[in-house]
Design a binder for this molecule. Structure first.
Ligand SMILES: C[S@@+](CC[C@H](N)C(=O)[O-])C[C@H]1O[C@@H](n2cnc3c(N)ncnc32)[C@H](O)[C@@H]1O
Length: 280
């Protein structure tokens, strides 16, 4: 069996990054110690260059003493890339294979963990409206990064993202026109406020915060890839404990259940888009 990532040989820079993460946790409670080493390395490297630090030690010295610097740094540690109807086949699977089961519930609770700037939650809200589930669903859209959540709750995006959003929507099996759900102007597009009605955007840290209870679906795409094996196991346990029996866990094309604790049971709904159903 291979060693956990935390016990593998590290070069000098990686040792410095590891110490930096320990300092961040000890001083301010932000816990990035379980993030993948390669990802942390890239993010810290970029932060040093962008902010003109010569050495990790200089940044560490400042981070320990200055909360504002710490918040700025933490925002730079997360990767927030996202788009409307990202990986459209994922939404097609939800529409065709999950929605029919969701229709049997009088009330639905759906959790988007790591929602970034909100496009994923708005896409789901559109899908639910079109499937006649909009009125009975509440979407909890969470992220560790408060800055992206501010953008998410505004629902305003650059117009240059719109062409791709329209294509994605069409490929995902959208039943109308995406433009029915937004308005365009000043090189931006604005999500129809009606779609916000059933979305609650709130800060939640998958590493340190608690379970979100009795969800019928948990969606967490493009987040676990940044975590080490042990942290993935911890977060998959959190999702399991947050799901209703028969609830759906939707991880998207880049993730897997490889690090799921053995005692948990899921049935694959769709292997390619990694949509699973909790069976015990
Ligand atoms: C690449 S984005 C994915 C956004 C969206 N789920 C998608 O697939 O398009 C990853 C998001 O995970 C969030 N994230 C990273 N660590 C997190 C944590 N510990 N708790 C909650 N969210 C986290 C980041 O802030 C970022 O917004």
């Amino acid at each position: 069996m291979s060693k956990p990532e935390s016990e593998q040989n590290m070069d000098e820079f990686e040792v410095e990054v590891e110490c930096l993460m320990d300092a961040l946790f000890l001083r301010w409670g932000y816990d990035f110690r379980g993030y993948s080493r390669a990802s942390l390395r890239r993010r810290v490297d970029r932060y040093l260059a962008d902010n003109h630090y010569q050495r990790v030690a200089d940044l560490q010295h400042e981070l320990i003493r200055d909360k504002k610097r710490c918040i700025h740094f933490v925002r730079g540690l997360t990767v927030n890339v996202t788009e409307m109807f990202r990986d459209p086949e994922f939404y097609r699977v939800i529409r065709e294979q999950v929605v029919p089961e969701l229709k049997s519930h009088p009330f639905l609770k759906i959790w988007h963990a790591g929602c970034s700037t909100g496009e994923e939650a708005y896409s789901m809200s559109i899908l639910l409206q079109e499937e006649g589930l909009g009125e009975r669903a509440v979407i909890y859209a969470t992220d560790v990064n408060s800055q992206v959540l501010d953008q998410a709750s505004k629902g305003v995006y650059p117009e240059r993202m719109l062409a791709m959003a329209r294509d994605n929507y069409r490929i995902s099996g959208g039943r109308g026109s995406l433009d029915d759900y937004l308005s365009v102007g000043y090189e931006r597009f604005l999500i129809d406020p009606i779609l916000k009605k059933n979305i609650v955007f709130t800060q939640h840290d998958l590493v340190t915060d608690q379970v979100f209870g009795e969800m019928q679906m948990v969606i967490c795409r493009n987040v676990l890839i940044y975590f080490r094996r042990e942290l993935q196991t911890k977060v998959l346990t959190l999702f399991h404990d947050s799901l209703d029996l028969g609830g759906f866990l939707a991880l998207g094309i880049k993730e897997s259940l490889r690090n799921l604790p053995k005692q948990f049971r899921y049935k694959a709904v769709d292997e390619a888009t990694r949509v699973f159903q909790r069976v015990d």
